[in-house]
Design a binder for this molecule. Structure first.
Ligand code: ADP
Ligand code: PEP
Ligand code: MN
Length: 510
């Protein structure tokens, strides 16, 4: 099945490898010395200078389609069409006479909202990434395949310092008129998936579908739970649960029929990965998986403790590498909605119940912290407000997404909980991050409905409803004030955060 890339102006390709198998791609990765084989059978690659997303280098072409729709501001930076054209011309020139690796496939498990995409890669490992992360096509679907969006990724092309309209050698440009995402200067594969996610987040609300930065799974009772959260808050870790079928670990849509995964794979953090604590993820690291920026020991076993390159070490694997999955990538309307927050101040309770109004307010606020590594420049947890728990990927005004969520909570009477997977008993550097086993018990209590039978009381500072008890968790930790050495210090810190939340929320109130 020959394709040509003339419509993208990509000509004189040395050899175009389209949808070749994971085995073939693995072989190319090794042969081209892009990476090494690990003892697990997975390939290990190093993404170079950029080991996380470069949020300040992500631009959207301002044109007739985006001009008055995109929420321009601190996360969505505009760029002019002619600047795009100039860089595009340079990248296309750079790709000439090279071997290129193309992945054709889909985003969005529900046919009605599926976006056919083409990912054109300079590097074999990124084609392997695309193959593992997106929805893989059946053979027949490749005939007459018509991409509706294209990603061109050229990590080896660096923009000139001071080049017009951009910030650095690295750039991620999203162009809706041309249906192209142009990535240069960075080898971090997260940019590929998150830029297509951003495209979906722009397109779907216009069709009445709510796109979400969340993971999702289904219990034995057939009930769906979704877990919103910024990077590092536990979406992947907590949704990968042997007792529940995994729908997806990061990006979903919610329409009248229920929720559907955008992707066909997972992108898990591997720093300090421990087989006992995260067995399903550990076991998914095998032939076909890509390990990014993981250090190998001499005998080629991965050293998950080693953060020499970054804290943001990753494994990308197709979802069926996890044992218990929902093959269709779809689930019913969620019964439980969880907001994951990683509180670096250690003052938020491990779990609180939110009513519909509070849920919307917390969703818009998106209080959490950025954890080290995923974004450039972050080396320790830093408090942040990320609207919709994914502001860097939400191209429209947060209120658009919030209104969709409000309608759905109302209609489906979902239970909403706020879960703190961050610090308790003191802030970062003092207290400790809450034990994963406790968080798992808390999540279990929430999604199984057990918490419906428990009494809740209102805390005096955040005015959040805290359960008096929770199966599997010592009751005294449910209110962090109890475990701070100095309760008055707790009150002071908690009040400070409360004020931050209130003042941040003001900007949405006018
Ligand atoms: N209590 C906890 N809950 C969730 N994750 C935890 C907890 N304590 C430590 N972690 C670690 O935090 C990281 C969460 O990352 P991940 O699940 O990949 O987040 P996301 O998918 O939201 O980006 C994992 O490395 C996990 O092992
Ligand atoms: C891949 C990313 O997301 P997450 O950590 O949420 O999986 C990212 O933000 O680059
Ligand atoms: Mn994740």
């Amino acid at each position: 099945m020959d394709i040509n890339l003339d419509y993208l102006d990509i000509k004189d390709v040395k050899h175009l490898h389209r949808n070749i198998s994971a085995a073939n791609l693995t072989e190319f990765v090794i042969k081209r010395e892009e990476g090494k084989l690990s003892s697990t059978g997975s390939v290990v690659i190093n993404t170079g200078k950029y080991t996380g997303r470069s949020a300040k280098d992500r631009f959207i072409v301002r044109d007739d389609i985006t001009g008055d729709k995109v929420n321009w501001g601190s996360t969505n930076f505009p760029i002019d069409q002619d600047v795009f054209d100039e860089l595009y011309g340079e990248v296309v020139e750079y790709l000439k006479e090279k071997d290129l690796f193309v992945f054709d496939g889909f985003v969005g498990a529900l046919k009605e909202y599926t976006l056919p995409i083409r990912v054109v890669c300079e590097c074999a490992y990124q084609a392997l990434f695309a193959n593992q992360m997106f929805i893989r096509p059946e053979k027949e679907e490749l005939e007459g395949f018509m991409p509706q969006f294209n990603v061109i990724s050229a990590p080896g092309f660096k923009a000139k310092v001071g080049q017009r309209g951009i910030n650095s050698e690295c750039f991620i440009l999203i162009n809706f008129s041309k249906k192209i995402v142009l990535i240069g200067g960075t080898g971090y594969s997260g940019e590929i998936k998150k830029s297509i996610f951003s495209v979906m987040n722009f397109l779907l609300p216009q069709k009445g579908v709510m796109p979400m930065h969340c993971s999702a799974n289904i219990g034995k009772d057939g009930k769906t739970a979704i877990f919103f959260g910024l990077s590092g808050t536990g979406k992947t870790t907590l949704s990968t649960d042997p007792g529940r079928k995994l729908i997806g670990d990061d990006e979903h849509g919610w329409c009248d029929e229920g929720v559907f995964n955008f992707e066909g794979g997972c992108y898990a953090k591997t720093i300090n990965l421990d087989r006992e604590k995260e067995r399903e993820i550990y076991e998914a690291i095998k032939f076909g998986t890509i390990l990014e920026n993981v250090v190998l020991k001499e005998d080629r076993t991965p050293d998950y403790e080693d953060n020499t390159y970054t804290e943001n070490t990753r494994a990308a694997y197709p979802i069926h590498y996890v044992d218990n999955i929902q093959e269709s990538g779809m689930g019913g309307n969620p019964n439980t909605i969880i907001f994951l927050t990683c509180d670096a101040f250690g003052v938020m309770p491990p779990i609180a119940k939110l009513n519909a109004q509070e849920a919307i307010e917390h969703f818009i606020s998106g209080y959490t912290s950025k954890v080290a590594g995923t974004e450039r420049g972050i080396t320790e947890p830093e408090a942040t407000f990320s609207a919709c728990f994914g502001e860097p990927f939400m191209l429209l005004n947060p209120m658009v997404y919030a209104e969709l969520l409000g309608e759905k909570i109302e209609k489906h009477k979902a239970d909403v909980y706020l879960i703190n997977t961050g610090w308790i008993g003191g802030g970062y550097g003092k207290g400790e991050r809450i034990k994963l086993s406790y968080t798992r018990s808390i999540v279990n209590a929430a999604v199984s409905g057990k918490l419906r039978k428990v009494n809740f009381y209102k805390d005096s500072i955040f005015e959040l409803f805290i359960p008096e008890s929770c199966p599997g968790v010592p009751s005294e930790i449910l209110n962090p004030r109890n475990i701070w050495d100095d309760p008055e210090k707790y009150d002071k810190e908690a009040l400070k955060l409360k004020e931050k939340i209130t003042s941040n929320f003001k900007k949405y109130k006018q």
